[in-house]
Design a protein around this ligand. Structure first.
Ligand code: CTP
Length: 408
């Protein structure tokens, strides 16, 4: 039991080159008021030595089950922790944690800890994508551990791809979220979830389109948090420039009609559908095959026609009677009134209503919303990270889902 008023974090360091970035993470953890016990594996010390960890944490480093045996370190450290954070989590460490192996101090700690556990993986893309690693990650997530998706980018050698350690700031934010909330439930394990994200583009000619400001961040946060809670996720992504959450089945689309096709092809399998994408209501009646040129006689008007309303279609003609359908609404004024009317009109189970404006919601890191339920409920979500809003959406979806394993 931790008697210090500061949260006690066990920072497990795996044997990866990204250990050097974890020094910065450790500094930020201690500076932001956490008490940190560093537990590096023996091979991690080949990358960054004990004095560095001791100096940055201000505490002796715990390295072996045979040190201070009278204090039973392999049990004591895990029991005292409020959070165990493993970074970098190598493929080997993920495998050991999933398999319940305990051949050193860190793996013993992972078995004795009863607090939330966060893994920040870093490895080569092939290792991250290997079915063995995928299965280990799924096992850990189904038990409630948070496995952050690795970043996409330059790896140790000349290669690039998913496998980079997430930035220290992102790991810190995830650790804080988990500390504030406790362990994430694995309440979406075995569920199939379909999410749309981003904003559609409606082509005028081969170089121009009608688009909107949606960045896709909220939809991607929904995908990442659903994966963390054990779901199988299909992500229909319209024009998003973000790295895809690892583990999601990503389908890229451009226009509203492409999005509709991708969604309708997948609704029969989905336990829940969340329409976070900003779908254009209108499209040009015709798309010019060549670039429209200036004629000197002023601009030619672009005639618009209405796009199909995908949310309305899937809500009213449910592919499965027990399916939960969630819509999003972006409103600039009379937010609640418009939201309630839209919920009724669209026939969905939940509607997440955002107020948008020049600096609100679109493209920002944070989001504030009210989630309206068809049952008359309204949940106010204060301004915070888009992942927090996503988790609240999943809380409400999980309450409405029937028994698992009924999807065809
Ligand atoms: N939506 C959709 N198909 C469309 C337009 C919107 O599926 N053609 C979905 C969006 O994904 C979102 C919800 O409907 O989940 C609300 O979108 P919004 O644009 O706010 O609603 P509109 O129907 O356009 O209503 P209004 O024009 O009155 O704002």
């Amino acid at each position: 039991m931790n008697t210090d008023s500061r949260p006690e974090i066990v920072l497990g360091v795996g044997a990866g080159i990204a250990a050097y970035k974890v020094c910065e993470l450790l500094r930020r953890l201690t500076e932001s008021g956490h008490s940190v016990q560093v537990v590096p594996t023996a091979d991690a010390l080949r990358f960054v030595g004990e004095p560095t960890w001791a100096a940055l944490s201000g505490r002796p480093v715990a390295t072996g089950v045979w040190d201070s045996v009278h204090e039973v370190p392999h049990v004591r450290i895990g029991r005292r922790a409020d959070l165990v954070l493993v970074a970098p989590a190598t493929a080997d460490l993920l495998a050991k944690a999933a398999g319940g192996l305990a051949d050193d101090l860190l793996t013993n700690t992972l078995l004795t800890a009863r607090c939330p556990v966060v893994f920040a993986p870093a490895m080569h893309t092939e290792m991250w994508e290997h079915p063995a690693t995928r299965a280990n990650v799924a096992t850990l997530r189904s038990r409630g551990a948070v496995v952050i998706d690795p970043a996409v980018g330059r790896l140790t050698g000349a290669d690039t791809g998913p496998g980079r350690l997430p930035e220290p700031g992102d790991i810190l934010a995830a650790a804080r979220r988990v500390l504030a909330r406790g362990s994430l439930p694995a309440d979406l394990a075995g569920r199939r979830i379909l999410i749309t994200a981003g904003g559609t583009r409606e082509p005028i000619d081969p170089v121009r389109f009608i688009g909107n400001r949606s960045s896709g961040r909220q939809g991607y946060a929904l995908a990442a948090t659903a994966l963390a809670r054990g779901a199988q996720v299909s992500l229909v992504s319209a024009n998003v420039a973000l790295p895809a959450p690892a583990g999601a089945d990503l389908v890229r689309v451009e226009s509203a009609r492409e999005l509709r096709e991708a969604v309708l092809a997948r609704t029969a399998q989905a336990d829940a559908v969340v329409m976070a994408a900003a779908v254009a209501d209108f499209r040009p009646a015709e798309t010019a095959t060549g670039k429209i040129k200036k004629t000197g006689e002023g601009p030619a008007p672009v005639e618009l026609v209405e796009n199909p309303d995908v949310l309305l279609e899937i809500s009213t003609r449910r592919a499965r009677p027990d399916q939960v359908v969630v819509g999003f609404a972006a409103e600039t004024d009379d937010v609640l009134e418009h939201g309630r009317a839209k919920l009724r009109r669209k026939g969905c189970d939940l509607l997440v209503v955002n107020q948008v404006g020049p600096d609100r919601a679109f493209g920002t890191e944070d989001n504030q919303a009210v989630i309206l339920g068809a049952d008359g409920s309204a949940a106010d979500i204060p301004n915070g990270p888009k992942e927090d809003l996503a988790d609240r959406v999943w809380d409400l979806v999980a309450q409405r889902l029937g028994p698992a394993g009924t999807a065809p």
